[in-house]
Design a protein around this ligand. Structure first.
Ligand code: FCB
Length: 441
């Protein structure tokens, strides 16, 4: 195979992403309660102190800086800020000011997610995202944080992967509240759209009231490349298209047009749903082959391709070929800049992580060459962390964490990524070394 140097546009931003509950430790939210139920977390573990990032953020950010990261995406834990409805914990607000400042001091741009899967217990007790008032219940917290962090040049993400909340929490039931109810799932999807609208509006208003320039604000979606298991079977094709619409496209359509998409019940246009956003955050990990002969909602999937490497625990196939078509189609539809806010693999085989990153970046580069405006690329994740229902059995970190001692050790992939960042390019030699004999099909 012939390789050429892959150069990225000037100003392209590189870094990594993480979330509060997966790294901080000592949280008290709906996930903490969920983890107490036997059988919900695969390895029987819980988020307990996780990577103790709450106390070790400076150390972690030093590592990120030494690895050349230019952006760090993290989330604020709502339950810390508003432990009871309308009661604000000023110490915790101050904590996140310190965290954000610590990034800025290291010349790393903070990209902050307001909601990354977890909810305060009072919000859960009010029915969580099924409550018709949920978008309004979420709004004051958004305003509070926008005000508190407005001076730090933050890039804002509203709600991380709303359709993962819907699918995992309300269809498949592997995340709290563990529902399997199509009607409820669609209700939650609609409320999450409105909550996104609220978040953008509150952020914009906070900056306006403070007389500040508007920050960059974006939704963040997870997209999976759905493929028919039998390529010539029209029923498989239809199922793949249906899932693509429901999971990948519909929510974004709502956020971009202000109209509740047909897949969520359709109908009305709500101007408050789609205040303008600056880019689309796109997370991609894998493909999913689907078969009409199986019950998808019961979790039945066709056998995986034995020739493709997989992500530990989650069992996702490594499928870089799905990245380009996903990126390209989002660009073709919305002509809005894209920030690749998560991509990575859970594995203890770090040479596989190197291959994964390079093979996905090749696809990113191809999309850029074809005119897609891509602002940056973030690896999930800076360190190993608590991988939700998988517990600690998936290792996504560029940096290894020894959970006994909390010692951090950058992996080889972290240095490879650092070299790419330094050059803003992927040299031929790196591709030859890692992708020379890669078999991906
Ligand atoms: C994404 C989540 C993130 C992490 C990765 C592996 O869907 O946003 O928290 O769990 O998957």
């Amino acid at each position: 195979m012939e390789f050429t140097e892959l150069r990225f546009p000037d100003g392209f931003l590189w870094g990594s992403a993480a979330s509060a509950h997966q790294t901080e430790g000592r949280n008290n939210n709906d996930w903490t309660e969920w983890e107490k139920i036997p059988g919900k977390i695969k390895d029987g573990s819980n988020s307990s102190i996780a990577c103790d990032h709450y106390n070790r953020f400076e150390e972690d950010f030093n590592i990120a800086r030494n690895l050349g990261h230019q952006v760090h995406r993290f989330s604020i834990e709502w339950s810390r800020i508003e432990p009871q409805r309308g009661i604000w914990n000023e110490n915790e607000i101050e904590h996140y000011r310190r965290v954000t400042k610590a990034l800025v001091a290291r010349r790393i741009i903070p990209m902050i997610t307001l909601h990354h899967f977890t909810n305060p217990l009072w919000f859960r007790n009010l029915g969580s995202w099924l409550n018709p008032e949920s978008p309004e219940l979420f709004a004051p917290y958004c305003k509070k944080m926008a005000e508190a962090l407005s001076e730090f040049g933050v890039i804002w993400n509203t709600i991380n992967e709303p359709m993962v909340v819907v699918a995992m929490g309300y269809l498949i039931g592997k995340f709290p509240p563990g529902e399997q109810d199509y009607g409820k799932a669609l209700t939650v999807a609609r409320h999450l759209l409105m909550a996104h609208g609220q978040a953008v509006t509150q952020i914009r208003k906070a900056y306006e009231d403070l007389g500040l320039d508007q920050p960059q604000v974006a939704p963040v979606l997870s997209m999976t490349y759905f493929e028919p298991y039998e390529r010539d079977n029209p029923d498989d094709l239809e199922l793949a298209q249906y899932l693509d619409t429901l999971y990948n496209r519909a929510w974004l359509e709502g956020a971009m047009t202000g109209r509740i998409p047909d897949a969520f019940g359709g109908g009305k246009r709500y101007p408050q749903l789609n205040p303008p956003v600056d880019f689309i955050g796109l997370n991609y990990y894998s493909r999913m082959q689907v078969s009409s002969k199986l019950d998808f909602l019961a979790g039945e999937l066709p056998p995986k391709n034995p020739n493709l490497p997989r992500c530990d625990g989650l069992d996702w196939e490594v499928y870089p070929e799905g990245y380009y078509p996903i990126i390209k189609s989002v660009w073709d539809q919305w002509k809005t800049p894209i920030f690749l806010t998560e991509n990575g693999i859970g594995t203890l085989d770090d040479s596989l992580r190197c291959r994964y990153i390079l093979a996905h970046l090749q696809q990113v580069h191809r999309a850029i060459n074809d005119g897609v405006r891509i602002l940056g690329y973030l690896i999930w994740s800076l360190t190993d962390n608590f991988e939700w229902a998988e517990g600690y059995c998936s290792h996504f970190g560029l940096v290894e964490v020894d959970y006994e001692t909390q010692k951090r050790t950058p992996r080889e992939s972290a240095y490879m990524f650092r070299d790419i960042i330094q050059k803003n390019a992927i040299p031929v030699e790196l591709q030859e070394r890692h992708l020379g004999q890669m078999q991906s099909k």
